[in-house]
Structure formats: structure tokens, C-alpha cells
Design a protein. Structure first.
Length: 157
């Protein structure tokens, strides 16, 4: 059981690297056509960029499904780790950062504010080149420091 938990946690953290890599080299590369409307807002609730949800959901589903068919082997835990990362991505990226749903609007948590700031910096680039801050949960330290300073200065007012 401990091995399965380690696989689950390891997969979750590995997905941060996969999200960074995919965002930098795939979304801002040969699949820019699908990601472009995420940087240049177009009318409507859905974006072509939402296709990437399926790109990550399919391997998660297949791992869980084939793992269950094999009696609950390690693939279930890999799929579950991918799925948990997908849920976190949805909550952080779509709900908290982009406010596609009007939940979690206000926060004074330095980490959450640094996530929002790093993503805003990422979106200042409207084309696929010259991007920065491609990850989701790992934030460059300078944004963390900046957010922490801002929260502390608001507390002293």
C-alpha cells in the first residue's frame, strides 16, 4: 500500500514538470493554434485551449481503467495522480487565476497571490515566443517574495 501512495504522490509532482514541458514546448510550439485563444481572449465560455484537458484526461482514464482491469495494479495510482493534478490545475488555473467560475476571488495568501502574479506575467506575451512562467504550482521565488512583501505591507496599514 505504501508503494501505491508513493506512486500516486510521485505522479502528482511529476505532472508539474509535464505541465511545464507541455506548456512551453507543445502549447507554445506546434499546438499554438489551440492555445492562442487562451492568450488573446475571444468571446465565449469555452476556448480551443480546453482541448488540452482531454490530452491529459485520456492517459489518466486509460491508466485507471487498465489498472482496474488488471486487479488494481500500479496504473490505477498513476492515473489517480494525473487526475488529482488535473483537479488542482482546474481549481488553480481556471477557477482561481482566470475566474472562469466566480469562486475563490479574494485571497491574501502570499503563495496564491504569487501564482496569480506569475500567470499574469506569462499572459503579457500574446505570441508563442518570449514566454515565461510556464508551470502552475511551482512559482519563481521573486513572485513569492513580492507577494509576501505586499501582504505584509497591507497588514501594517
Amino acid at each position: 500500500m505504501i508503494f501505491n501512495i508513493l506512486i500516486f504522490i510521485g505522479t502528482f509532482f511529476f505532472m508539474e514538470f509535464m505541465a511545464w514541458f507541455t506548456h512551453k514546448y507543445v502549447m507554445h510550439g506546434f499546438m499554438w493554434y489551440f492555445h492562442r485563444d487562451h492568450h488573446v481572449h475571444e468571446p465565449g465560455f469555452f476556448e480551443r485551449n480546453d482541448v488540452f484537458f482531454l490530452i491529459f484526461a485520456v492517459p489518466s482514464f486509460l491508466c485507471i481503467f487498465t489498472g482496474l482491469l488488471a486487479g488494481g495494479d500500479f496504473r490505477v495510482w498513476i492515473g489517480a495522480g494525473i487526475a488529482l493534478y488535473g483537479l488542482c490545475y482546474f481549481l488553480v488555473h481556471d477557477v482561481f487565476i482566470h475566474q472562469r467560475f466566480k469562486w475563490l476571488r479574494n485571497s491574501s495568501n502570499p503563495y496564491l497571490l504569487s501564482l496569480r502574479r506569475a500567470h499574469k506575467i506569462h499572459h503579457k506575451h500574446l505570441g508563442p515566443e518570449d514566454g515565461e512562467c510556464f508551470g502552475m504550482l511551482v512559482v519563481p521565488y521573486k513572485y513569492w517574495k513580492e507577494s509576501k512583501r505586499m501582504v505584509e505591507s497591507q497588514k501594517t496599514k
